[in-house]
Design a protein around this ligand. Structure first.
Ligand SMILES: Cc1cc2nc3c(=O)[nH]c(=O)nc-3n(C[C@H](O)[C@H](O)[C@H](O)COP(=O)(O)OP(=O)(O)OC[C@H]3O[C@@H](n4cnc5c(N)ncnc54)[C@H](O)[C@@H]3O)c2cc1C
Length: 419
């Protein structure tokens, strides 16, 4: 059997980067992947287009990781968004910036990112064994010695990097195995829970507008009767509730509150660019234009078609009444509804349906300069398996790549260069 110096478990973003970096530093590296093909989560990321990172200046990056951003401080400076884009460009993937600073490959195809990483691993001479599920991490006298796969198949190396991902979208291979390894190895695991996840609502009317995507709306999150935070951007109605970028961003806090039994509400401002006076004036203009029409035919200029019957019902205004008969109070009520459409949040979708897993291996037991375990010598952690999570916009892949970069180099014996 070939003698390896570094074994990487898991061929996602973190694992592929870690393996390549260790091999680049002259180590004989083995990458073990459960699925037949590597990078399955990258392939479905960004709706198949892969939002690889964000253009934002790296000094502002940390605030976009509600889950332990500070832990990433040095790691992200060592391998930042510029470095990641240069790395990809070097291997032939040019990138472009879209709305909100989101960076995508020019190809608009996530598979080009996977193929590039595979080409990188081949160039660096990494041995890849796919279709192998690691079952156990082998340790002797507090030091890692290798790993064991299904059927007692053993592989030995003095350094092992675990990059098994979280527990979301298990069809991609990330089924939470790393959390099991961690507990067995004496690491503390912060309870895995959904971080970026759609929300269920009590209001059944969402079903009537499922599939409707709204741009430029503002969603405010209310917990225990207090407004906590608001997000501006794009959202989507589904048959069970709400989803889309701004909802996913709010979902982490919403989920935390629900788990504590606190009441959670959302208020949607469908016209956030207007003050309530401006919106009222705008509605008055529409009402003048349609003064002899029925109310149900007077909102076409203001709202998407599918939302009109819902809002008419919620407004309490007679849909068949003539517009000029609508009272001032009724009109004011409609304005308030358009700028504060209430939704009661009852639950999140499951961890399996989350874009990202919050929780994972406790960062207090990982050295942020090396990604090395403080519990077992020669063991390293990288990627979503670690208790770090970011908002949407490319932050999670950037974190996975940066942690993989550091772990791969450290496992190959290279010191941390950042202060
Ligand atoms: C639908 C969706 C869209 C997303 N879009 C974006 C986006 O556009 N931008 C962004 O920044 N983030 C996005 N994310 C999040 C991002 O993809 C992940 O955070 C990131 O890929 C995590 O990388 P990782 O290498 O840590 O883990 P993973 O990519 O999950 O890789 C873990 C690998 O380990 C393997 N593995 C697991 N257990 C074992 C074992 N026992 N033995 C061997 N191998 C094992 C798995 O098969 C898998 O290949 C998205 C996530 C989802 C689900």
């Amino acid at each position: 059997m070939k003698d390896y110096q570094v074994i990487v478990v898991g061929g996602g973003a973190a694992g592929m980067m870690a393996a390549g970096q260790a091999a680049q530093r002259g180590k004989r590296v083995l990458l073990l992947e459960k699925k037949e093909r590597l990078g399955r989560k990258i392939a479905i990321s960004g709706k198949g287009r892969c939002n690889i990172t964000n253009e934002e200046h790296v000094s502002d990056f940390i605030r976009n990781y509600p889950g332990n951003g500070r832990f990433l401080h040095g790691i992200l400076r060592e391998f930042d968004n510029v470095a990641l884009r240069e790395f990809l460009a070097h291997y032939g993937v040019e990138t472009k910036v879209e709305r909100g600073g989101r960076v995508f490959p020019v190809s608009d195809d996530a598979e080009t990112v996977v193929e590039t990483l595979l080409a990188y691993l081949a160039e660096r001479g990494v041995t890849i064994l796919s279709g192998i599920t690691v079952e156990e991490i082998l340790v002797e006298d507090g030091r890692v010695t290798g790993v064991q796969g299904l059927g007692q198949r053993r592989f030995f190396a003095p350094a092992v990097i675990i990059c098994t991902g979280g527990a979301s979208y298990p069809a991609t291979g990330s089924t939470g195995d790393g959390f099991r390894f961690a507990r067995k190895l004496g690491h503390k695991v912060i309870t895995p829970r959904p971080a970026l996840v759609p929300l269920k609502t009590a209001e059944a009317w969402v079903k009537e507008v499922q599939g409707l995507s709204l741009r430029n709306v503002e969603a405010s999150l209310w917990i225990g009767g207090k407004k906590k935070v608001a997000e501006f951007g794009e959202m989507l109605f589904t048959h069970f509730g709400v989803s889309g970028p701004i909802i996913l961003t709010l979902s982490r806090q919403a989920g935390e509150a629900l788990r504590k039994g606190e009441p959670v509400k959302l208020e949607l401002n469908l016209k956030p660019a207007l003050s309530s006076e401006q919106l009222d004036a705008r509605i008055q203009r529409d009402f003048q234009k349609y003064s002899n029409k029925q109310f149900k035919n007077a909102l076409d200029d203001l709202l998407p078609q599918s939302l009109i019957p819902v809002l008419i019902r919620l407004s309490g205004i007679n849909p068949d009444g003539v517009v000029h008969q609508i009272s001032r109070e009724e009109r004011k009520g409609l304005t308030a509804l358009l700028q504060g459409l209430p939704l009661t949040i009852t639950d999140t979708l499951s961890l399996e349906a989350a874009i990202v897993t919050a929780g994972g291996v406790d960062v207090k037991e990982i050295n942020p300069k090396t990604m090395a375990s403080k519990c077992v010598k020669g063991l390293y952690w990288a990627g979503e398996v670690v208790d770090v999570d970011g908002i949407t916009g490319g932050y999670n892949l950037q974190a996975a790549f940066a942690m993989g970069f550091r772990a791969g180099r450290a496992a190959a014996g290279e010191e941390f260069s950042q202060v």
